[in-house]
Ligand binder design. Structure first.
Ligand code: NAD
Length: 478
């Protein structure tokens, strides 16, 4: 696998002469080293992206040809899925099967957007007899895209694919904790003969390379997926330049479980929503369950039982259900949150601490009950396999709890009554509401945040309008 930066259609030898060590979170073994991009590489990447944009390479590309290249990218992602998933699993910790699913998902994203290259229908706006008005969706220019470590391939694909359709050229920084597998996109873009400069991949630490990228004079749009703290820093740094920012941030997603819900289904959804994929390191993880008092005992008993059946282990063991946390820092962070939960008076039902396996960053799936809505574990994003359970008596109280955090990414409602589900969905402050399951998703469906979870939408047709700007052309008719 390539460990260099991909700039202007080529992997280039390091200019900074520095690199970053990448460790396997299951055992701390070194997976590899990746070149660190500093000033010279960053300038080259932006120069290439700017040049490709100014030459209108994507904007003037025949739509059918663009579609064909994008479908080839999808095919190649499927072709390299098996080999790349092994690397992704080693550097990220997820199971190989989940990594394969991530590559399949990325391929589906390219296929979906490949189908949209000739389907952006702009508007003709009527305004009387003496004028003629139409609109065009235009790109911003050079789009800086910064990706977190939890789903590096899926998140890379979702912002790059839509950028190709709209016409932005791209400088993208994969996460420093698991950067190696993202280089497969450079190899693929060269193989499908995507013109040089459209995609540039630069690697580096957020507080060094990330900051330099944001400060670069050639940035026309920032697409940031990550924590609200870094997003806020980026907004401040781009404010004077009035750079549009598209922000996909954290969450504290909650499920409301009504007494008429199918409790077995709610428990299954909880297991997959917070424990199984990626050990709860998911922006839309079900980190809170708000359960009606009549069914809470049944829900907790069944959830606790299923949780005890989960296997904690490394990503290269297909029997593993709960894989390691990404780093020792993340392990410490999750541990600290659990200590604070106990101190706040929450009832620790299971877990709450590290699981010792081969020096890996494993954490036991954790259930807290009777959580105070004002406590830290109730309000902050833990980003690990930890769920907080709350009690409610009536619908208004459930809505109050669900909306009590600063976040608004996803939420769920479990009930057999569709009217109640609609009433609930109408009142939840979140960009995505799932009914009777978790992760009811598809490439053609938009998602994004309310409140501190960000703004802009990814997925589906809505995404096109988050990555472009509308131009109006108005003609005076004689
Ligand atoms: P993070 O904010 O620490 O880092 C994200 C990316 O930003 C990394 O590539 C990092 O190198 C870079 N970065 C860090 N500091 C920077 C700076 N000062 N300037 C520029 N770039 C900088 O987040 P993380 O720990 O990698 O990811 C976890 C967070 O991402 C969670 O909050 C999670 O909910 C969120 N997330 C959101 C979505 C979504 O779609 N809403 C998806 C996945 C993850």
């Amino acid at each position: 696998m390539e460990i260099r930066n991909y700039i202007n259609g080529h992997f280039i030898d390091s200019l900074s002469k520095k690199n970053i060590e990448v460790k396997n979170p299951a055992n701390q073994n070194v997976v590899g080293f990746i070149d660190e991009a500093l000033d010279e590489e960053i300038d080259l990447a932006f120069a290439a992206a700017k040049n490709a944009f100014e030459k209108r390479v994507l904007q003037d590309m025949d739509a059918a040809h663009k579609s064909k290249i994008m479908r080839l990218i999808a095919d190649k992602l499927r072709k390299y899925k098996n080999s790349s998933s092994i690397i992704l699993s080693q550097e990220n910790g997820k199971t190989i099967k989940q990594c394969e699913g991530e590559f399949d998902g990325a391929a589906n994203v390219f296929d979906y957007y490949a189908g949209l290259t000739d389907k952006i229908e702009n508007k003709l706006i009527p305004s009387g007899k003496d004028s003629f008005n139409y609109t065009i969706l235009e790109p911003y220019g050079v789009s800086l895209q910064i990706v977190p470590w939890n789903y590096p391939i899926a998140l890379f694909a979702r912002s790059v694919a839509v950028s190709l359709v709209v016409g932005n050229t791209i400088v993208i920084k994969p996460p420093e904790l698991c950067p190696i597998s993202s280089n497969i996109f450079g190899k693929i873009f060269s193989e499908v003969q995507m013109p040089n400069g459209i995609l540039n991949i630069v690697h580096g630490y957020g507080d060094k390379t990330g900051k330099k990228l944001v400060d670069h004079k050639s940035v026309n749009q920032v697409v940031f997926t990550g924590s609200p703290e870094v997003a806020s820093e980026i907004l401040k740094k781009t404010a004077d330049r009035i750079i549009p920012c598209h922000l996909e941030l954290g969450g504290k997603s909650a499920a409301i479980i009504y007494p008429d819900a199918n409790i077995d289904q709610a428990v299954e959804s909880t297991i997959k929503g917070i424990f199984k994929p990626n050990a709860g390191q998911i922006c839309v993880a079900m980190s809170r369950a708000i359960v009606h008092h009549k069914v809470k005992d049944e829900y907790i008993t069944k959830l606790n039982q299923k949780t005890k059946e989960l296997n904690i282990g490394p990503g290269n063991d297909e029997k593993s259900d709960v894989t390691p946390l990404i780093s020792k820092e993340q392990l410490q962070r999750v541990t600290n949150y659990c200590h604070s939960g106990v101190q706040s008076g929450a009832n620790l039902i299971t877990g709450g601490k590290q699981q010792e396996i081969h020096n890996g960053n494993f954490f036991k799936p954790t259930i807290f009950d009777n959580v105070d809505i004002n406590s830290t574990i109730a309000r902050e994003e833990i980003f690990g396999p930890v769920i907080s359970i709350f009690n409610f008596e009536n619908e208004e109280e459930a809505i109050k709890i669900v909306n009590s955090t600063d976040y608004g990414l996803a939420s769920g409602v479990f009930t057999s009554n569709d009217q109640k589900a609609k009433w609930t969905a109408d009142r939840i402050e979140a960009g995505v509401i799932w009914h009777n399951d978790w992760f009811v998703d598809g490439v053609n469906l938009p998602g994004g945040g309310y409140k501190k979870s960000g703004y802009g939408r990814d997925g589906g047709i809505d995404s096109l309008y988050s990555y472009g700007q509308t131009k109006r052309v108005s003609k005076r008719l004689n």
